[in-house]
Design a protein around this ligand. Sequence first.
Ligand code: HDD
Length: 691
Amino acid sequence: MSKEQEKKSVEETSKKKQLDSFTKDNNGQKMTTNQGLKVSDDENSLKAGERGPSLLEDFYLREKIMHFDHERIPERVVHARGYGVHGYFQVYESLAEFTKAKFLQDPSVKTPVFVRFSTVAGSRGSGDTVRDVRGFATKFYTEEGNYDLVGNNIPVFFIQDAIKFPDLVHSFKPEPNNEIPQAQTAHDTFWDFVANNPESAHMVMWAMSDRAIPRSYRMMEGFGVHTFRFVNQEGKSRFVKFHWKPKLGVRSLVWDEAQKIAGKDPDFHRRDLYEAIEMGQAVEFELGVQMIEEEDEFRFDFDILDPTKLWPEEVIPVKIIGKMTLNRNPDNYFAETEQVAFHPGNVVPGIDFSNDPLLQGRLFSYTDTQLTRLGGPNFHEIPINRPVCPFHNHQNDGYHRMTINKGPVSYHKNSLQNNTPATSTEEEGGYVHYQEKVEGRKVRTRSDSFNDYFSQAKMFWNSMTDVEKEHILSAFCFEVGKVKNKGIRKQVVDLFSHVDYELAKEIASNVGVDGSISNHESTVTLNSPALSQETKSKSPKSSKIAILAEDGFNSLELNGVLDALNEAGAIPEVVSNHLGVLSNDEGQKLDVSYTFQTSDSVLFDAIYVAGGEKSVEKLMAQKEVEDFIYETFKHYKTIGAADDAVKLLEKIGLQLNQPGIVAKTNTKDLNAFNKDFIEAITEQRHWKRQL
Ligand code: HDD
């Protein structure tokens, strides 16, 4: 199928058609009030005399101001900042053996999806690149109703029981007395929570790792976190965990970069996703499942109901089952991204829950929160939330009801309407809960099998490369270093001495915790290579390359580099001293995308300094250019320069033999140079570089 045909077929999906029926284009229309009355003047309120007081009679002024006064709705209590996009999902082959979920049966079926990526802690207007977990929520609009997979980019969670969620969130949100700090966990209350709730240790290790500063929403994994169930047509059930694997690989920022981007471009991730889709780049994630047979529930050294535990991929492999393609930005942020309402309880036949106590609590929270956020019980009627299949029941009335239900009957059972809407049998597609056997006393307690807080935290640590370990250590030093209370700093060090004694000692010496630290280190030697980002495949695709150039650039060389970059799927953009067009003596032109004022090295993945005597001379005269190059160097990113442009690197004092510096004077073979440059970009970061 051609790209064009594919796009068309998606545009014709039932969800797109449904949304279109609610979409309104004001372009070219006459202005009216909300009652449809044509407006004659939209700039002056009605007054008693030209310089007189405004009149209460002015219904148009009142309507306009009233609507404006109520344009905001409460932001999400967590995950307030996010960005949503449309797409579709296709299963690779029928999963009938494992689940009867209809959207997982037929590879030719494209199920429309809406995905909202988010940060957790910050307010709606906070920066995108803060250190935080990222939300990854997918709504599948299936023929059998909406199925929501509401996950994160980290496979485990901070707590084991939903009853602790309000405490966790209160601890990481800004402190209540002064509302400081915004979108950060680097403060006393969060670390006080961690220190006193050791079940959080595993997830904290992840949150201190590079996973918490992704390069792009397109370059992070997603996880359903909890154990769910698949149930097949025969009623056989298996435990299942869900994974999203990005086709572009997993990439992260470095911390210094992440902090600077939060100022230079707070919309960095949102813009990245929006622009990739506008440029027609496919944003793809494969869906994978890990499955455990019902009879193997107790075969592991962790409890599969404990959400602070993952299932090592080396022990329980991830079976890739299908692919999600995200390819359409919403028409309206508020109507779609802000009003979308996810709920882990939105399931379809073939998918069921486990007794994970965190999941069980979530099943209440999500519909409940929408009542306040979206103003009543009819939020399922908002276009973005509507299923694509018909829905009928007696749940009528309430705020903002859109549907006009006909007839006198609004109860079940009835004779007046032949007892309709009628319930469905399992064979007819009625949802029937898996008949799991449960027995026990009514107790407010936690299973002892949830008590091992440190083995998997240690496994995560063991699985990191040296560079990843260094990043985790410096994240701890930053975060705990911001904690004012000395006692809490000491408690945190003690807690992480249960994970790794050396790590705890290093944190202690950095954050001023003296005195002896007990060595409680877990003896676990488990290692799961799949947990390291450095083991993931790498690609130059979608890397943004700043081309630093001025008038007089060497076009032969530059055109070769631009072709090579485009062919590799990278995105070159010219940065210069002024916007407009650059030229050279051969009459070649080059469009400038950014100036040194409107961009910054942190917004790119690599740079190329264009050659050409005059261009290089002009670049050399600018301090901003030096800063641009030096910072790229400091963030371990690739720097390319050929022929006379190499002088510029030498002037800054960069050693040309350092990893990731592709600098060649007297380049005879431009193809070889371009190959090296693309290879270096594919590597992404050159950690062996000596700073
Ligand atoms: Fe949650 C939003 C993911 C535990 C209560 N959560 C929310 C979103 C994501 C997650 C991605 C944003 C959805 C969107 O884009 O609109 N939450 C998770 C994961 C969890 C988790 C992966 C653990 C495995 N959450 C969790 C618990 C509770 C909540 C234990 C409450 C008991 N979450 C909420 C909420 C939110 C929410 C308050 C805020 C806005 C919303 O639901 O619609 O109900």
